[in-house]
Design a protein around this ligand. Sequence first.
Ligand code: NAD
Length: 577
Amino acid sequence: MAYRRGYGVTKNNGLEELVGRRVIETRKGGVWLLKNPSTNKGLAFSREEREQLGLGCMLPNRICTIEEQVQLELEHLRAKSTDLEKYIGLASLQDRNEVLFYRVLVENMEEFMPIVYTPTVGLACQQFSHIFRTGRGIWLTPDDVADIPQILRKAPQRDIRLIVVTDNERILGVGDQGCGGMGIPIGKLGLYVAGAGIHPSMCLPISLDVGTDNARLLEDPLYLGYRKRRLRGQAYDDFVEAFVQSVLQVFPRALLQWEDFHNRQAFRILDRYRKQVLSFNDDIQGTGACALGGIMAGLRLTGGSMAEQRVLYMGAGEACIGIARRVACAMRAAGAGADVVQRAQIMFDIHGLVRSGRETCDPQAIPFAASPETLASYGLADANTSPDEVIAAFKPTVLVGATACQGAFRQEMIVEMAKHVERPIIMPLSNPTGKAECSPSEAIAWTDGRALVATGSPFAPVEYDGRRQVIGQANNVFIFPGLGLGAVVSGLREITDEMFTIAARTLSECVSDQRLDSGALYPPQSELREVSRQIACAIVKYASDHHLGRHIPDFEIEDTVRGAMWYPDYVPIVRKP
Ligand code: NAD
């Protein structure tokens, strides 16, 4: 099968062959075309195609438009009684007819993003072995360590530009899900395609199935993964090293996104490989940019400057450290001196206040550990200070929660915070929904309606005192698809920290004044493609200016990025002469 080069789309790093194609030529026909999700059009095969391609009587007589097909799919999906059933229905559609799947998703982003991604994907990962229908992506187990390049070469596509890989150990807030974690790379890549128009054939989900320590899975006779305890220590590191070297060898142009690794591994892996292979960690860096974008949008309402913020974190894991790193950068850029930045962020983790010299401090949290001087400057002397006491003294303007612990934001904490700040920014980010540190309605009620709330999972608007407050979702989907698109268009060599700050700032500027007035710190998901486009343009410009990617003159950036974005629509399929 060959794609004839399209026209009118140029200079976008080879993407035109896929995005701008106008026709698919094939020697295949009949059932093969129907069974292949990238060629199947179902009832939308035209009369001529049916005749030419040997599809004669394999379909009912009626020819449907893609719009009618979308309508039919919506009918099927909406008739399903649970979100998990909808997830299974959408996954089956993806396996049957890729163009139609993405068309349904792109046109109904708000409705189906919570199905293909958080929160429903969390449940799908937990149930994976029992809802599995067909393979997608690549699973690598420790038994494959010597053969990874050969296995990767068997991927259905050659020109892979985006890989999302997980070792399944920290899936959302639901922990080790063994082989079921594959739902996350599949879901995230679906969002790259729907949210930024990266062509599906460039995307490859990978699971490093190194075993599981989840007893429920190991005891399940129908568990589908590698039924051993997790690979640990040097053997684990060797496996990851073999994987990275294989990716460099087989897919040298690919951007590697590390996803849902336990923080024991995530920071090490990111640091070790970020200069060796084009890569980033969404849980750390993507979250950092996403939360910073929400805070910056909030400051448009409150009128504050980044340099003046004080941020209290419940949690000191991947998400909170990623956010704290980004906030520190943004504060410095806004003119705050090193000592101000150092004093502006305080963290709690499962062991209590993160402070210098504490024995149980994770290495990545050490730069943010409160020193005795910092604590003293707020009149805090006792090492065992409670969050309530710290809030009373530190007077945070922003409260971030990423603990995967429901109830970690107690009423007393929020009430205390609201005593000192007119419009507190409150971000209970934990996923899925049931893990949120508090609900938006609680945060709003406890602050007499003054809180600006953003959550990790989607929540309905809150009515308070006759006013309707829209809850923006701090979903990393507002960052990674645009960043990925920018990286692919630019042919980036490295993803730098600065790029995440640029993405955050761009995201904050994408929130309309009207949306901000309704209380939302993030745009609606229906605007995702536009947000991604703007972030990609900003990244391409930065990379071009700093010689980190291809040089693209400013006046060509908009067109180049737009031309690289695939919109799901059928193209004619003709028999190759
Ligand atoms: P992690 O395991 O790396 O970190 C969790 C942290 O929370 C640890 O520091 C732990 O000590 C701390 N903790 C646990 N219980 C606590 C409690 N009761 N009080 C204070 N601290 C407590 O996990 P992570 O990757 O940082 O993710 C945490 C949560 O954030 C997950 O639910 C995840 O889904 C969510 N998250 C949301 C977004 C988003 O909204 N965009 C992005 C990333 C992660």
